[in-house]
Design a protein around this ligand. Structure first.
Ligand SMILES: Nc1nc2c(c(=O)[nH]1)N[C@H]1C(S)=C(S)[C@@H](COP(=O)(O)O)O[C@H]1N2
Ligand SMILES: [Mo]
Length: 323
């Protein structure tokens, strides 16, 4: 039986503290090594402009202003907003697909700060509202394939991960990048003991710098709903979904490969690389085909989820060993 543990508490606008007030504009600019000119060039307002296809009902919240839209799902139809936001994996809010939408209302995505540290010359902390203005916001329509055998197509809003990481000047020792999700049992009362918290993920630095690696701040032209990883998450379309870590609070450049939640919890089932590969089956299920939400019949799964441009990252690696 499912016991409803706590009601959800939507954030009131009065509780939102602007990050600039919180941390000080000057200090923020200094930490990023940014002058006023750099900021002006990267400026991006938040005036109203809907990115949702007409007739599509999209949740509340101010629209994001998108500078450009990039179709990277071969023209495939985006999955409905309803499915993208009500069929989720976010184990901190329960393991059933319907639970994150039900319970993630307790997550407070503002104020929010991301710490970037480790092997870099310019470590720093960035508030979410400043992050939203760092680069022009781009919409990327990407396929997303979960290791469980379902998939969706999502119009994500954000910017490429590489240029963001480069601002912190990683040193030559930065061979990997580690990412950590918030863990606050008060905001995540459903988390329980199913996984060791906080949720952690990692990438090799060249994977993180690949132009497809994306930092998402919204979807369907709106700020990310809590259940999709508000206020910021990774989107790595050529990898199984568990690599796309949600609600990031910390990014660390490391010399050694970071320990990641799923590869540590079940190393025979989930590898560090987790590249979508129809030829390498999971011990409990085939990866040859997938169910696209909203479709009746299964479709074949594509190598690297249909993003062959990442193949050169793995030249010379046996993808059965490095799964
Ligand atoms: N912190 C955190 N991030 C996470 C997860 C999670 O449980 N916790 N689940 C992952 C998995 S398995 C998938 S498939 C995607 C799901 O993203 P979506 O709910 O936005 O579709 O988030 C990934 N990121
Ligand atoms: Mo997943």
């Amino acid at each position: 039986m499912l016991i409803r543990k706590s009601p959800s508490h939507p954030i009131l606008p009065s509780e939102i503290t602007p990050e600039t007030v919180y941390h000080g504009r000057r200090r923020f600019l200094a930490q990023l090594g940014l002058g006023a000119a750099g900021l002006a060039a990267a400026a991006c307002g938040r005036a109203a402009e809907s990115a949702a296809p007409s007739g599509q009902s999209v949740g509340a919240g101010a629209d994001l202003k998108l500078a450009r839209k990039t179709e990277m799902a071969g023209g495939e139809t985006p999955t409905s907003y309803e499915d993208v936001t009500h069929y989720n994996n976010y184990y901190e809010f329960g393991t059933d697909k319907s639970e994150p939408a039900q319970y993630a209302g307790t997550l407070r995505p503002r104020p929010w700060t991301v710490a970037v540290e480790g092997e870099c010359e310019a470590p720093g902390r960035v508030g979410i509202d400043d992050l939203l203005k760092l680069f022009p916001l781009e919409e990327r329509v990407y396929r997303h394939r979960c290791v469980e055998g379902w998939s969706i197509v999502v119009p994500w809003d954000g910017f490429p991960l590489g240029p963001f990481l480069a601002r912190f000047k990683p040193t030559s020792k930065a061979k990997y990048v580690a990412f950590t999700t918030l863990y606050d049992p008060k905001q995540m009362p459903q988390a329980g003991g199913v996984l060791p918290w906080p949720y952690r993920e990692g990438l090799r630095i060249d994977e993180a710098m690949h132009p497809l690696a994306f930092l998402s701040l919204g979807l369907y032209g709106k700020p990310l709903p809590n259940q999709n990883g508000a206020p910021l998450r990774l989107t790595l379309p050529w990898k199984y979904g568990f690599k796309s870590i949600k609600s990031i609070v910390r990014i660390e450049f490391t010399e050694q490969a970071p320990r990641t939640t799923w590869s540590v919890s079940a190393p025979d089932e989930y590898g560090f690389y987790a590249n979508v590969n129809p030829k390498v089956d999971h011990p409990r299920w085939s990866q040859a085909r997938e169910r696209r939400l909203g479709e009746l019949f299964k479709r074949p799964t594509l190598m690297f989820n249909g993003y062959p441009e990442v193949a050169s990252l793995y030249t010379g690696m046996d993808l059965r060993t490095y799964f």
